[in-house]
Design a protein around this ligand. Structure first.
Ligand SMILES: Cc1ncc(C[n+]2csc(CCOP(=O)(O)OP(=O)(O)O)c2C)c(N)n1
Length: 297
């Protein structure tokens, strides 16, 4: 299987059509990586493509040539099993060569099944055990503020992690210290490993819970690039409290036979399934390439 070369984008930071094209290509990366690895999680990564595009190609200040720049924004992935979309965003931003994506989950590969700082010293945290990321992000945000840094902290969490008390302890602390340099983006896809969240352990009303914890709350369609961009801007302008962006996403987005099925939480596509998924995404890519450019400020 092959990885798409990186298209020569004119100005991806401001061009919605280019962002959509990249989200599609990153979805194709996810399928290809999992099919090669014969293991891994498709649903979460496919659902988060647009959010990773906006974070890594528009919102966050980061430089793969100087990954530990003290002035960088910090990205904390809490739900480490969505690593494939993270690795795709890192590779396509220039942190490592695209070919390396094909080594996901292979013995000795930097691209472990879940992100590991031992293998990738330039990422902020290791993850895999769920429910830790928001606490780590709070600690980083607190320290940055102590240092009078202007850097911001972007934490991605899953809805399943909100069934863990540790996530709520962090939410409480972020409010106490008024961590307005912190934004928590929740992948609200309503599924987890063995069922629908509302059947396994109901989370609703999730937004009201965050409101009660003192956070500024924003709900969006997590596939609408303009809504993602606007929400992140609103978070930047919010002072005196942390912001949570509840991103409603479709698990498995872009591959019809995976969409909304929790069974695709952690099951890789077989060869024929991967071919079918890539065919569907390639068709979408052709249509996207015909779309007009939409330039935003
Ligand atoms: C502390 C901990 N408990 C259990 C697991 C096993 N596990 C891995 S993913 C997962 C489901 C979590 O739900 P969510 O993150 O919402 O899944 P997704 O939306 O990506 O399908 C579980 C229970 C884990 N990684 N860490």
């Amino acid at each position: 299987m092959i990885i798409h070369p990186m298209p020569k984008f004119k100005d991806i930071q401001h061009n919605l059509k280019e962002m959509k094209i990249l989200a599609n290509i990153m979805r194709q990366d996810v399928i290809t990586m999992l099919a090669e690895a014969k293991s891994g999680h498709p649903a979460g990564p496919l659902g988060m493509a647009e959010i990773f595009v906006v974070l890594f190609f528009r919102e966050m200040h980061h430089d793969p040539k100087y990954p530990l720049d003290p002035n960088r924004d910090r990205f904390v992935l809490s739900n480490g099993h969505i690593a494939p979309i993270y690795y795709s965003a890192l590779a396509r931003s220039g942190y490592f060569e695209l070919e390396k994506l094909l080594t996901l989950r292979k013995l000795g590969s930097e691209l472990q099944g879940h992100p590991s700082k031992d293998w990738m010293p330039y990422i902020e945290n290791s993850s895999g055990p769920l429910g830790h990321g928001l606490s780590i992000a709070c600690g980083i945000a607190y320290a940055l503020r102590y240092d009078k840094s202007l850097s911001r902290v972007y934490c991605v969490t899953s809805d399943g992690e909100h069934q863990e008390g540790s996530t709520w302890e962090a939410a409480m602390l972020a409010n106490k210290y008024k961590l307005d340099n912190l934004v928590n983006i929740i992948d609200r896809n309503y599924i987890q490993i063995d069922g629908k969240t509302e059947e396994v352990m109901p989370l609703e009303p999730l937004v009201d819970k965050y409101k009660a914890f003192g956070w500024h709350t924003i709900s969006i369609n997590g596939h609408d690039l303009e809504q993602i961009i606007d929400a992140l801007e609103e978070a930047r302008k919010t002072k005196g409290r942390p912001t949570v962006i509840l991103a409603n996403t479709v698990p498995g987005k872009g591959v019809k036979f995976m969409e909304h099925f929790y069974e695709w939480h952690g099951k890789p596509p077989k060869k024929e399934e991967a071919e079918k998924a890539l065919e569907e995404l390639s068709e979408e890519l052709k249509l996207l390439q015909k779309e007009q450019d939409v330039i935003i400020p």
